[in-house]
Unconditional design. Sequence first.
Length: 275
Amino acid sequence: MSTTRAQARIFTAPRIGFAVLALAASLSVGAGRAWEPRAVQTSTDIADVVAVSAPLAPVTPAAVAPAVDLLDATVERLASSAPEIQRDVLRLALTAREAAAKDGLARKADLLTVIDYSLPSTAKRLWVFDVASGKVLFHELVAHGKNTGDNYARRFSNTDGSLQTSLGVFRTAGTYSGSNGYSLKLDGLEPGFNDKAARRAVVMHGAPYVSSEFASQHGRIGRSWGCPALSQAVAPKVIDTIKGGSLVVSYFPDHDWLAQSRFVGTASGYAAGTH
């Protein structure tokens, strides 16, 4: 073949040939560097192929951002209905609810009961939320265990006979009538922190010592043997609302629980310093 004919064949080859050669050269030059995302080009012009090397701007993972935005929105919606609750405590409780629901542990996931034991017993520190509607169904006084503290809770236990309150995530079970009247069984979902609740007969029930009148006379409400006792007037209504598989989050900024709970996750970093 003559030199003239060879040159003619090279310069009349499809332009895509040059595009492929240019792309190969670009990849060869960049082989020693860390890989960067490349934009996809459909044009066969050499200039367009070279433009492939321009990096894309970093993008927030789509699976993460919407979840965070949804949690923030839920916190704000519920907090607007319950201005007394600490937002970090509410965030932690919602995070725990989500984790438990994903594990299939909540049959009534739209209902969430939050108890903030960092507040004094004279304050209404139990909330029952309808998460779907954003409503507060109940906001009540709740007792802690006799050996957990006086007006303020200080100590918590999962031990039989301790007469102390347990922390963590519980799931409500069935009801029964016992020595404390109409009562709600609680299943502790956190080994080492509350999983002995059933054995200890830690249940929700009404008690005459849970009232504003008692608090006025004694500087605190009465104390239970470890149960989250409510006023006798409201206990049956709360029990019938949350029974059968909803979640109860008993909160206190206890470092061991916050560090070891599989439910609270990164939210524990915020709630640990709330009070």
